[in-house]
Design a protein. Sequence first.
Length: 487
Amino acid sequence: MRNRRWYLVIILLVIVSLGFMYVKSKVFTEESWFDATNVNVKKVAFDKGLPSLSELIKDVKPSVVNISTTTVFKGPDMQERFFGQQNPFKDFFGNDFFEKFFGDTPRREFKHRSLGSGFIIDREGYILTNNHVVEKAVSIKVKLSDDKEYDAKVIGRDAKTDIALIKVDAKHNLPVAAFGDSEKLEVGDWVIAIGNPFGLEQTVTAGIVSAKGRVIGAGPYDDFIQTDASINPGNSGGPLFNLKGEVVGINTAIVSGGQGIGFAIPINVAKEMLSQLKSKGRVARGWLGVAIQKVTPEIAKNFGLKESEGALVSDVMEQSPAEKAGIKRGDIIISFNGKKIKDMDMLPRLVGGTEIGKQAKVVIIRDGKNLEVNVVIDELKEESVQSLKKPEVEKDFGLVVQNITPEIAKHLNIKDKKGVIVTDVQPGSPAQNIDIRSGDIIKEINRKPIRNIADFKEAMKRGNVKEGIVLLVKRENMTFYIVLREE
């Protein structure tokens, strides 16, 4: 009997064990298979490894150079050391007294050394970099990736685009960087920056194109590529590569205090200038002879435009190509040589890049109609820029105003041409805080009539913004008083 009981117990234990093994097998096969697959996937991923840029970097690195420059500046003389540049006793004693007292002491010269980057574009030793890297330098040293160092000389510079061409005499063929096409860059494309940040030679950083066509106020031809590839002081002038190993930009600027925001000049801009930099040492640009302003939504509405695009002509210089072609104040330029003008910043770049003496087709909107005019582009000269007056700006108050020209009066149906029209309001200014808008007409300041820019400037000069300046503003069919006050 006892043996029988033990026999039953053993059979029961065997049945329980078999059942447990069955359940365990079932759970593993029906529930745990997903985890097993994940383990396999991870193993495959680590076996293959993430995409590496090492081979690409090995190919392009030899074309990148480090640039060190030396500039010389004069320190303060004895008067400035004692009293600073604003000598409070100079008017009382006169220059003769201080010259006798201090003597004709020469100013001490100081040397300043700075670092930058560049890249070789020709086997003979031509190198592209930034103008601000080599500007005013008395000596330029270029170090190659093999640590060989050479003296360099400036071949050509262009301050407006911050591009410079320099050359070394290496006596042998040098590794050359291939040019890409910056027009084909898309936001999100991977890019690589190589340079000399903080003196750390041949530093490589990677990121993506964050934006294109950025205008950052660096010059009249701003058209920057924005990237989050780390760019720091010393990267200036270095190349921005695409994943084909082609140069698509020249690293140029950073945002002070910003992270992940750098700017590069599109390589296509440099390619257009190379022949002139090499042969002339400078860049001759096209000139149209107009002052332009942004087409704001308010201006677009008043001019009967569907979109706030194009460049509004606010002034035309006498004897300029624009005047000879019949372009007038109040015209809106919407196309230049077949390219649509999406915003006013596009026009200077297109005109500047046009060959001198070449005829260009310009499409304008005048009185609601599209007109096409042919303009023979002339050369831009500094005196031409200075003689073309731009709208007056009262920066202290954030107002951009101009006289009401016959063309503007016609477009806006303004019968009384006395006053000045607001063409722009600077963000965060006292003018914006009291809701002054583009298109408003200022008729009076502190109860005195305003007929033109001269009256406006004089009245604003006499007014006290802390106490409040009373403006009589006309907006469409309404006229109202508003107080401009500094908060």
